[in-house]
Ligand binder design. Structure first.
Ligand SMILES: NC(=O)c1ccc[n+]([C@@H]2O[C@H](COP(=O)([O-])OP(=O)(O)OC[C@H]3O[C@@H](n4cnc5c(N)ncnc54)[C@H](O)[C@@H]3O)[C@@H](O)[C@H]2O)c1
Ligand SMILES: O=C(O)[C@H](O)COP(=O)(O)O
Length: 708
């Protein structure tokens, strides 16, 4: 056995003791789209697409072979060509299927009135044929449960209200219809556009989620005004610079965005601005409309053969580069984080910032607004550019020092600029930049195409509904992402981790003094194969929640631990053997504390509890140096006693007389007839009198009652 120390940042998740739990399996693939239809009265349906666009970039075609709800069809239409052909004969289906990338069928079970939607994988080569009769190997089908079976949910952020009422989602800016429909299937939706900050702050205390675009500032005061109710902020777009992420994290509010649906729209707008700037389209249009005909004044420049520097080679930047290559431009890019092979793959050379500035005839900005990129184009950097350079900005206004740009335009360093975004939006009417004759402007239209807005609306609605439903959001901005696969596998360990934290802190006299936590994981998995961030966050939750009124979750575990001065270190103990289970044991030790149950102290003086998962159920397996075995359910009474006959019977009958149901008993002893630890799992909380009677049994040396 060798010990490998591995520490990792606190990540993650939280169960909310007052609410129900859910861990739904989602497609492990990043390109998955899921459509939950949520009504408390209807079986849950989930649509999972396994793969997306066709290899050639065209939309895939989805054949819907049986009646599908309107919201589902809308969702599909935002992504694919959808052919709703109901009641086909098998022959018709077999003919059609060769033209389709995916097939949707609904398997109705009359008995349970439940349904499952299966969507087959799209195949980039479009070579396979799918039949509704033969289950597809790559199809994902999630049959709904019987409504009578309560489903355990692993709540990572929040979930529907404990009383079963629908959550409320405030949509503060225009959102595509399909997204609103999707939200309405699950929540009360309040679409209040153009609110003042005061109106937003007032409304927010009644809302569980907020959806915004770039026009709403979600500052600290929004989170403060929500008084803990706001659990998710959805940014219907990419840029989250209008959301105060640290405040969101501090308040345990998940922020999700819709990072992919408007990429093409933004790239197309960038190209539109590039071309129209080069050919003076906006200026000459205004001139003709003013009754002029100045053909010589508006002679432009050609794009072909010119060098375009793409600054920020992410999603939009890459698509701009592709398109510019198609226009015959030489494309270079600067992005400190982009892999060179991705650039090479499309014939783009990655260069340094200074080289990009010095070489480019055109510069197109596609980096996010961060402290590092704020005013990255300024007097100093304009001075490094080729004289007469032309600049396009569809990223964020703040990446350019706008006053410096006016100076560079006046000095002829920059001959033209085309801007979709501004430091302050809308910019002042008399802004010298906006009014500059060599500047073309649009009112932040990059994402504003019908297609992108429908896509964004669905993407964000999905993410918000998923998050409210306790699922891990694939587009979480302020929380670590743990894949659905990992989550499913770790689920019982996540519960074990929280319960061990809860148990440990209750063994401390004056639990709030806990500062040092050491967690050991024994596992046959290599360190890289075991993501413990989730477990770590749950232990944090387990330790903090019983002794405070703080709600700890996936988002704020790290922050909350730090704020309380809780230091949590992790140790991995690598076991020999088959790594079938992700973990064998989890041990939680609290250092420098006094225990109210001395037997829980390890030889080195820490409160120590150890647990493991057996048959999917978390068990407590060690307290201090005593071995026990009790399921971590309900509550536990721990007694240290003289090991002698009749103890189990004596304690059992006291509990029985008080009508307390015992679900498990286990005795761990050092040696026969010496001391033993008895762990008794009870369904109900014994009264004070009952506990007193147990304490009065002469052979009982100490005991403690612990709530899980
Ligand atoms: N005008 C619009 O309507 C519109 C629409 C979509 C996106 N946007 C904006 O465009 C920008 C890019 O969006 P995206 O979806 O491509 O984001 P992205 O995260 O995919 O790409 C951003 C890229 O910028 C790079 N980057 C970070 N710091 C950099 C630096 N100092 N220098 C150079 N590159 C740097 C990152 O490594 C990343 O590759 C964002 O600011 C986004 O808000 C605007
Ligand atoms: O960051 C983005 O996604 C774009 O700037 C789009 O913003 P919008 O949603 O306000 O159009």
């Amino acid at each position: 056995m060798c010990t490998a120390a591995a520490s990792s940042a606190i990540s993650v998740a939280a169960t909310n003791p007052l609410k129900t739990f859910s861990l739904s399996s989602r497609s492990p693939l990043p390109s998955a789209i899921s459509l939950p239809s949520r009504s408390l009265n209807t079986p849950r349906r989930r649509l999972v697409l396994v793969s997306c666009t066709a290899g050639d970039g065209s939309k895939p075609t989805i054949l819907v072979a049986e009646k599908l709800g309107e919201a589902g069809v809308k969702l599909l239409e935002g992504f694919a060509n959808v052919d709703c052909s109901y009641n086909m004969t098998p022959e018709e289906l077999n003919t059609k299927i060769s033209l389709c990338d995916a097939l949707i069928r609904l398997a109705m079970s009359a008995a349970a009135a439940s349904s499952a939607i299966s969507v087959a994988a799209t195949n980039p080569l479009k070579t396979f044929s799918l039949s509704s009769r033969s289950p597809l190997p790559s199809a994902i089908s999630l049959p709904s449960r019987s409504l009578n079976t309560p489903r355990r949910r692993l709540v990572l952020v929040s979930c529907t209200a404990g009383d079963g009422s629908k959550p409320t989602i405030l949509v503060a800016e225009k959102l595509g219809e399909a997204g609103v429909k999707l939200l309405e299937g699950f929540a009360n939706v309040d679409c209040s556009y153009n609110m003042t900050p005061e109106e937003l702050n007032t409304k927010i205390s009644l809302c569980d989620a907020l959806i915004v675009r770039s026009g709403t500032k979600v500052g600290r005061e929004v989170f403060e005004s929500s008084r803990g109710r706001l659990k998710v902020v959805g940014r219907a777009g990419v840029g989250i610079d209008n959301v105060d992420l640290s405040a969101a994290t501090e308040f345990g509010c998940l922020v999700v965005n819709a990072p992919t649906a408007n990429t093409i729209a933004a790239a197309e707008h960038g190209i539109a601005l590039l071309a129209s700037m080069a050919r003076n389209v906006a200026q000459s249009d205004a001139s003709v409309k003013a009754g002029e005909w100045k053909r010589n004044k508006y002679v432009g420049v050609s794009l072909v053969g010119k060098t375009l520097a793409v600054m920020g080679f992410g999603k939009v930047g890459t698509e701009v580069a592709r398109r510019a290559k198609g226009l015959g431009m030489r494309v270079i890019a600067h992005d400190p984080y982009a892999p060179a092979d991705r650039a090479h793959a499309i014939g783009v050379e990655l260069v340094s910032f200074d080289e990009a500035l010095a070489t480019a005839d055109f510069i197109s900005l596609h980096m996010p607004l961060t402290p590092a990129t704020n005013k990255i184009l300024n007097d100093e950097t304009f001075a490094k550019m080729k004289k007469g350079v032309r600049i396009v900005n569809v990223a964020r206004g703040g990446v350019i020092d706008e006053d410096a740009l006016v100076r560079a335009l006046d000095a002829g360093i920059v001959s033209q600029a085309a801007l979709d975004v501004f430091t302050k939006e809308p910019p002042a009417k008399d802004s010298p930049l906006v009014q500059h004759e060599n500047v073309t402007v649009t009112p932040h239209l990059g994402a504003s195409t019908m297609e992108a807005q429908e896509g964004v609306a669905i993407e964000i609605a999905e993410a918000v509904v998923g998050a409210l439903n306790g699922e891990l959001a694939a587009t979480a901005v302020n929380a670590p992402m743990v894949s659905a696969e990992v989550l499913t596998e770790l689920k019982p360990y996540v519960i074990l981790a929280e319960k061990l934290g809860r148990l440990a802190v209750q063994l401390v006299a004056g639990g709030s003094g806990v500062k040092n936590v050491k967690v050991s994981y024994t596992s046959a998995r290599a360190t890289d194969d075991l993501d413990t961030r989730l477990l770590r966050a749950m232990i944090t939750k387990g330790i903090i929640e019983p002794i405070s009124d703080v709600y700890v979750n996936l988002v704020n575990a790290d922050f909350t631990a730090k704020q309380r001065g809780l230091r949590l270190s992790e140790e991995r103990v690598l076991l020999d053997g088959s790594p079938e289970n992700p973990l064998e044991t989890i041990t939680v030790q609290l250092g420098n504390v006094e225990s109210k149950f001395a037997s829980s102290l390890s030889e080195s003086g820490e409160v120590k509890v150890e647990g493991r998962v057996k048959d999917g159920i978390p068990h407590l397996t060690k307290v201090g140096s005593f071995e026990v075995d009790v399921t971590l359910e309900g509550s536990i009474i721990l007694c240290r006693q003289v090991d002698q006959p009749g103890m189990i019977g004596t304690v059992g009958s006291i509990l029985g007389e008080s009508n307390v149901n015992v679900n498990f008993m286990s005795v761990g002893r050092i040696a026969p007839r010496k001391q033993a630890i008895m762990a008794i799992g009870v369904d109900d909380q014994p009264s004070k009198e009952t506990l007193k009677k147990i304490g009065e049994i002469p052979a009982i040396e100490e005991f403690v009652f612990l709530k899980l």
